[in-house]
Design a binder for this molecule. Structure first.
Ligand code: ADP
Ligand code: MG
Length: 242
């Protein structure tokens, strides 16, 4: 069974149909990179996967549970799916540690002491053990994004979604964030990464998906997708970004 199965997913904003029938399956432990031009619906797709956006029609099935089923508790689903955004979205008035422990404690997943211990271990894992008591404003962009990843991991998600997690970063900070994502991939985390880092998509993903105009145009192992692109639109896109 797929960890994530998207079936004939449609999403419109008013008259603007942004997703025009997406089918996508992600196996447990699989890393899928999603590439494509700006406006092609990549973020909307990702947001539909944990229902930050309500799909217009179709199915999003996580571990066999259809999120379109009205009886599904969205809070529970969202706790199992971590999401990291381009703009970090850390709480500025809280310390790094408080940012990470907030959700597990508020949602009754851990005691304060347990959450703190876990947060410190996660900070160590992303190379920021010494920043536990810092405020987000004192961190670099790369450090903020690593805290955001640690915060998502604090909920022990089964799936991680990344939406252009490195595109707001200065170039010298991209590598440190990609390294954390790379480590998660080798640890077997199921992930969907929207990225404009073509080299990274090629290196880290098991499968790369090219979206254009609200549809999946091509989906293949990266060596194939980048090495021998079949579709004209993909070839055109790659000629502009590579
Ligand atoms: P991408 O991430 O590939 O750049 P998006 O999914 O962000 O593409 O956007 C696809 C289209 O959906 C764009 O035309 C965008 O303007 C539109 N869109 C996205 N979110 C909203 C929204 N909340 N309300 C209205 N239109 C939206
Ligand atoms: Mg986007």
């Amino acid at each position: 069974m797929s960890k994530i199965a998207v079936k004939d997913l449609h999403k419109s904003f008013g008259d603007n149909e942004v997703l025009k029938g997406i089918d996508l399956e992600v196996a447990e432990g699989e890393v899928v990179a999603v590439i494509g031009p700006s406006g092609s619906g990549k973020s909307t797709l990702l947001r539909c996967l944990n229902k930050l956006e309500e799909p217009t029609s179709g199915h999003v099935i996580i571990d066999g549970v259809d999120l379109m089923d009205k009886s599904v508790k969205l809070d529970e689903v969202r706790q199992r799916i971590g999401m990291v955004f381009q703009h970090f979205n850390l709480f500025p008035h809280m310390t790094v540690l408080e940012n990470i422990t907030l959700a597990p404690v508020e949602l009754g997943r851990a005691s304060k002491a347990q959450a703190k211990e876990r947060a410190l271990a996660l900070l160590d894992r992303v190379g920021l053990a010494e920043k536990a008591n810092a405020r987000p404003a004192s961190l670099s962009g790369g450090q903020k994004q690593r805290v955001a990843i640690a915060r998502a991991l604090a909920m022990d998600p089964e799936v991680m979604l990344f939406d252009e997690a490195t595109s707001a970063l200065d170039p010298e900070m991209v590598g440190e964030v990609l390294q954390v994502i790379r480590d998660l991939a080798s640890g077997g985390m199921t992930m969907v990464l929207v990225t404009h880092e073509m080299g990274f998509a090629r290196e880290v993903s098991h499968r790369t998906v090219f979206m254009d105009g609200g549809v999946v145009v091509e989906s293949a192992p990266p060596a194939e997708l980048f090495g021998a692109p079949k579709n004209e639109r993909l070839r055109d896109f790659l000629s502009k970004v590579l």
